[in-house]
Write a protein that binds this ligand. Sequence first.
Ligand code: KG4
Ligand code: ZN
Length: 340
Amino acid sequence: MRVLGIETSCDETSAAVLSEESGVLSNIVLSQDDVHAPYGGVVPELASRRHIEAIDGVVREALDRAAVDLDAIDLLAVTQGPGLIGSLLVGLSFAKGLAYHTKKPLVGVDHIEAHIDAALLENPGLPFPALALVVSGGHTSLFFLEKPLAYAVLGRTRDDAAGEALDKVAKFLGLGYPGGPVIEKLAEGGKPKAFPFSAPRMSDRSLDFSFSGLKTAALRIIRDNKITKDSRKLADFLASFEEVVARSILENLARALPDHPAKAVLLCGGVARNKRLRAEFEEFAREQKLEFAIPSPKMCTDNAAMVASLGLKKFRAAGAESFALSLEMNAYPRVNTPQG
Ligand code: KG4
Ligand code: ZN
């Protein structure tokens, strides 16, 4: 069975071909970083326009690289939400058009659940139950998976996502966009304890995340210490900020474990590319004697292979009749509101 996956939820146009027998045959990702960099963040209207221009070529390239025709595709999978509504609609409408033309089934998948599948795709033998962190520019969530495809949300961010906080601090210092990778590079060699940040803690014992307080604390430290992009203290400051972001993510995971005994832990999403977070997560998993998985850096950021992978699993679990094309199928911008 071959699956064509399509992902356009934010600012990457991506298409991939996944073979059930041979794995990922192609995974084309066209980034829009150059479009949004001058604004220090994603501009939704520009993102959807760029998706419209790019989607046809990206899908063709995914088929070409995989050396298959559209006729050889058995299943279509597309991100339905959450994400930017205009961006989502481009991928969804394109996928509906292909499903209508080819008469193949179309599976809509959730973007955050697809990030988790990036780890499972590369580590198929991972045991369940599992705890999965999805840490990206739009989301910071903790899930408990009793078994494959059974997603229970334990916590979400109440304000900014972790990647968003990194992006905003980088923007404030004029370091460029996206902020996460720039901060990682400039923090190299900095002392992570140089600036005293304290990790946010929920007063109601919930497993939700919050990063807006940390962002505000960071902006105050920048002002009080007159930190600029050229100052000598920059590496220490960025290392300290990176460290507290990593610590607050892992503290939630540690607090979830006693009530949710997992055999494996997963770290997914764009921020999971971060070397400090990866190292601290790995250390935590080893200390707890848990199996663990972090996708390869390319599979951490938005890509369509993870969409195809989850689409195939949902199809196998529910059967073809559940995924006959419905023109009612709609995109959903916010978490947990699938429709159609
Ligand atoms: O998952 P993703 O590609 O898109 C969303 O679904 O949001 O994540 C993008 C986020 C951005 O905030 C970016 O700054 C962050 O991931 N990011 C990183 C690194 N690479 C990307 N954050 C920290 N360190 C990195 N190396
Ligand atoms: Zn994402």
